[in-house]
Write a protein that binds this ligand. Structure first.
Ligand code: SF4
Length: 699
């Protein structure tokens, strides 16, 4: 239904759709039926509390960007050239061409030759996940989503047995907030809102554990600058001190943990001197951190994703998570741990994702290994047919997937048909045969769940899309008709899907959510703090997790699980520095980009400048690299040319490239992810984006 222009500017409620755990509740100024003005945080939402990041506050720049795709396009020139290689076509012609190519692929090699590939360009449940309904109805190849959360969630649930934790708003009532492995100033500003409130009102201390002195670490009372991939060693030494100095809460441990005596014995050799050698911290720093944790009842561990993006990432998450169990911090308001609230929403996604027609026998391909899949590696294809047709929504794998030197030639294959449904001519869209213009979140109805908090938030359509843009749901339904795919979800509007999802999941109805804008789903204190038992059948936290019991849905690296450490430890499976590759690279998130989103907005580009490698001056001097000089970074997977930025924010031997930059921003090489590996990490897969050994040479 067309949206009427308001008589005067007004603010409407929405939710930030981007891949950021904050999922901020928004107030969007609607200037007319097609234009927005200011965007601000919803003040009445007690997690967002009126605060959002600068890049979304200037969202008008993105939604009204002159380079938005607004019409369907058919490629007439070479792959990878960009807009000049395409001509406009009608929606019917575009959808017919996609359907014909998919039907041909299916006829030749079976339905598994078609791979719907998507991710988190929007986090709306209807627009992000509806592609799975088409996949299940057609028995196309599935996707094991390993780019982001797999290692972190697996490590967390191995301990708690459930993906939830203390109410993140409790950070404001904490006396010690430990922000571990997440640069919240860049990626989820609201954590700082609540942590700073605790500091201001209670004198709380803020501790940051990370691999470089980033914007969050600059706010810390104590900053622990670890070598990448050594967080497990730090956690072990902290627990060693807690047991040694009488800070272990034995009555709590006897009631709530599986093997506390065995853990204490295991940690006897993991003292601060042992961890100092591994982490690069001093013994004094580790002792000071442990003392703070041991003497503060209300200690809140806000555990992020960053420190889990290594080959030992699941082990490191689990190790850090063990600390508040040893002290019994879970018992106290403002204490315990939080990572993600995925389990509290108890969604029934059957209608959105078509789970009722899912065939578990259909292969599921590793998202991170898209390069190997497209290049026909038999193990990546699991012995099945090659992928000859792709449908890509909400992601830009030509830029964000690891091991780019396999991804790029994979997309360049002449026998691969690719349809990309996008908002801009991304580097992936430039490889497509058909490009379809996509709506942005303000131009369609959707519903969102807070990963970093506890709200379901409605994101209703606020403005009309430009020209011919269509939503993901419209495209999926239109393709389903042409492909002969049957499911009731294809005949529902996005609003009807939201209403159905809410009702069957026990959250009321869409009309009620529209009135109240969001639902606070936080479980009660006892449940949030696991005081009525952890999520395992016996109610006990697992210090000794059964890694082999971690079951991926149809895919995994189970063999690796058998070699994982029995108790928290430093698991030496990371890409260690060597003579050939003496540096460890971390591709941490940039402040003004969000994965590949916002790399197209002029303000974000201007604020970020150009890609740089942050190097310790000692390393740079030794290599003869001056401030601003070009340096070549490389390893067995590829190399890139980049400018050096000398700063003492990390340990010598560690370098940081804040990302993700468009590949074209590099003078040489296909992009920073040319260096990162796509090998699946234990126990069930996941990409090790911050676990990369490289060489550096002056250029
Ligand atoms: S902080 Fe994250 S969720 Fe909030 S507005 Fe920015 S990108 Fe969106």
């Amino acid at each position: 239904m067309p949206l009427d222009a308001p008589a005067q500017p007004e603010f409407r409620y929405s939710a930030c759709p981007h891949d950021c755990p904050s999922t901020c509740a928004l107030e969007v100024e609607r200037l007319s039926a097609t234009r927005i003005g200011r965007v601000r945080g919803a003040r009445e939402n007690d997690y967002t509390a009126g605060v959002i990041c600068a890049k979304v506050a200037r969202y008008a720049e993105r939604v009204h960007h002159p380079d938005r795709l607004t019409v369907p396009l058919k490629r007439t020139g070479d792959k990878g050239v960009g807009r000049a290689a395409f001509e406009e076509i009608s929606w019917d012609a575009a959808l017919d061409a996609v359907a014909e190519a998919f039907l041909q692929a299916e006829q030749r090699l079976g339905p598994e030759a078609v791979w719907p590939y998507y991710y988190a360009g929007t986090m709306g449940l209807v627009m992000r996940d509806g592609i799975n309904r088409l996949r299940h109805a057609k028995r196309y190849s599935g996707m094991h989503a390993t780019i982001c959360v797999t290692l972190a969630w697996t490590g967390y649930m191995a301990g708690t047995g459930a993906l939830r934790g203390s109410d993140p708003r409790e950070m404001a009532r904490s006396d010690l907030v430990v922000i571990w492995g997440t640069n919240v100033v860049n990626t989820q500003v609201n954590v700082m809102t609540h942590a700073m409130r605790a500091r201001k009102e209670r004198g709380a201390k803020i501790v940051v554990v990370d691999t470089y002195r980033n914007a969050t670490a600059q706010q810390a009372d104590l900053f622990l600058c670890v070598r990448p991939g050594t967080d497990g060693a730090l956690a072990c030494a902290v627990m060693h001190v807690l047991f040694r100095d009488g800070h272990a809460d034995w009555p709590y441990l006897e009631k709530y943990a599986d093997a506390p005596r065995e853990l204490e014995a295991h940690l006897r050799t993991r003292d601060p001197a042992w961890a100092a050698e591994i982490t690069g911290l001093s013994v004094e720093e580790i002792e000071a951190f442990a003392r703070l944790v041991g003497t503060t009842e209300r200690a809140f561990f806000r555990l992020g994703y960053g420190f889990t993006r290594g080959r030992n990432g699941a082990v490191n998450m689990h190790a850090a998570l063990c600390i508040p169990v040893v002290t019994g911090a879970w018992k106290h308001e403002g204490g315990g741990a939080f990572h993600n609230n995925g389990a509290i929403y108890h969604w029934d996604r059957t209608m959105i994702e078509g789970l009722d027609v899912r065939d578990p026998g259909v292969r599921v391909l590793d998202q991170s290994r898209i390069g190997a899949v497209l290049m026909g590696a038999p193990d990546a294809l699991q012995g099945g047919p090659p992928v000859t047709a792709l449908l890509v929504q909400n992601t830009n794998p030509m830029m964000v997937a690891p091991d780019l030197n396999k991804v790029h030639p994979g997309f360049a294959r002449h026998d691969l048909f690719t349809c990309v449904h996008e908002q801009f001519m991304t580097e992936t869209a430039a490889m497509a045969d058909i490009v379809l213009p996509a709506t942005m979140f303000l131009e369609h109805d959707d519903v969102y769940q807070g990963g970093g908090h506890q709200h379901i938030i409605l994101g209703p359509k606020i403005i009309e899309p430009p020209e011919a843009c269509r939503s993901n749901h419209e495209v999926i339904c239109a393709l389903a008709k042409r492909l002969g795919a049957a499911h009731p979800g294809f005949d529902m509007t996005s609003w009807e899907l939201i209403d159905h999802l809410l009702r069957v999941s026990g959250w009321g109805e869409a009309a009620r959510l529209e009135e109240q804008h969001w639902i606070d789903c936080q479980p009660d204190f006892e449940t949030s703090h696991y005081l009525s038992g952890f999520g395992h059948p016996d109610g006990r936290f697992r210090f000794r997790p059964d890694w082999s019991a971690c079951k991926p849905q149809g895919f995994g690296a189970e063999a690796g699980a058998r070699a994982m450490p029995e108790f928290p430890d430093h698991w030496r499976v990371i890409e260690e520095p060597s003579d050939a590759h003496p540096f460890r690279l971390v591709t941490a998130p940039a402040r003004n980009y969000l994965n590949s989103s916002f790399t197209e907005t002029p303000t974000s580009q201007k604020k970020e400048g150009r890609p740089t490698v942050k190097m310790h001056p000692k390393d740079a001097r030794r290599l003869g690299i001056a401030e601003g000089a070009r340096a070549r970074l490389g390893n067995g997977r590829g190399s890139v040319l980049i400018h050096a930025e000398l700063c003492e924010v990390m340990q010598p031997g560690v370098v940081i490239v804040e990302s993700v930059w468009p590949n074209a921003a590099f003078e040489e090489g296909v992009g920073i992810n040319a260096l990162t590996g796509a090998d699946p990490c234990s126990p069930i897969g996941g990409a090790a984006f911050h676990d990369t050994a490289i060489w550096i040479r002056p250029a």
